[in-house]
Design a binder for this molecule. Structure first.
Ligand code: HEC
Length: 204
């Protein structure tokens, strides 16, 4: 009897500890693999122009992300949130909090053309990384969609938004390569539009 209570208590403490740890640490600090290098490999395939190989690689990698939220974490800052960051390395003078996709896209939309054209190499890399993430979002298309409350929650809508994000991301990469600030802003707006359109429908 007493033993059972003790066992229950030990279980409760363990559950509380795990809950605490997962709240305070990153998604892979508990022994999960850091999947960022694998995302970069897919970005490289897009850079090589091999979209078919990128799609093929995204299938199995998508399964390694347990939750869609773990994948969305890649959009966050490099150091503080263990996201991918904007480009492969943070340029000197750029603070970490401005170095995530989520934040940087918002900054670019409001930037003037000269500021948007700073660090174009990073923008090119970020564009290919965003295309890789769009491909992974596609790979993680939910099996079922509940459109009973929100009728736009359909597989077609999920696919369209992801493909829209992928196309806009490749445009962003090209704009980075050409170092054209106006084109960077224009394509960043398209990427952001795809993020938001999907969130409006599918995010609770
Ligand atoms: C095809 C749909 C889709 C696209 C495209 C998409 N997201 Fe998401 N995103 C979601 C869903 C669904 C969630 C909620 C996931 C959950 O909580 O399980 C989410 C959650 C997030 C989160 C987690 C934090 C929060 O606000 O809850 C971030 C950050 C995020 N998305 C950023 C982005 C960015 C940046 C882009 C575009 C570059 C993007 N997403 C594109 C569907 C999408």
């Amino acid at each position: 009897m007493f033993g059972k209570v003790r066992l229950w208590l030990a279980g409760a403490i363990l559950t509380a500890t795990i809950g605490f740890v997962s709240m305070t640490t990153s998604s892979f600090a508990m022994g999960d693999k850091d999947l960022r290098p694998d995302v970069v490999k897919i970005a490289d395939l897009f850079k090589k122009g091999d979209a078919a190989a990128a799609k093929k690689a995204a299938g199995p990698l998508g399964k390694e992300f347990k939750e869609l939220g773990d994948l969305m974490n890649m959009f966050r800052t490099r150091k503080a949130a263990e996201g991918l960051g904007w480009g492969l390395k943070t340029p000197a003078g750029v603070p970490d909090e401005e170095d995530g996709h989520d934040k940087k896209i918002k900054l670019l939309i409001k930037a003037n053309a000269d500021d948007a054209a700073k660090h174009p190499g990073n923008t090119e890399e970020a564009g290919f990384a965003l295309a890789a993430l769009a491909e992974l979002i596609l790979a993680k298309t939910p099996d079922k969609f509940d459109d009973s409350k929100i009728k736009e929650r359909t597989k077609k809508n999920w696919t369209d938004r992801s493909e829209e994000m992928r196309a806009a991301s490749l445009e962003l990469a090209a704009a980075g390569k050409s170092k054209n600030g106006d084109a960077i802003i224009k394509s960043a707006k398209k990427v952001y539009g795809a993020c938001n359109k999907c969130h409006d429908v599918f995010k609770d």
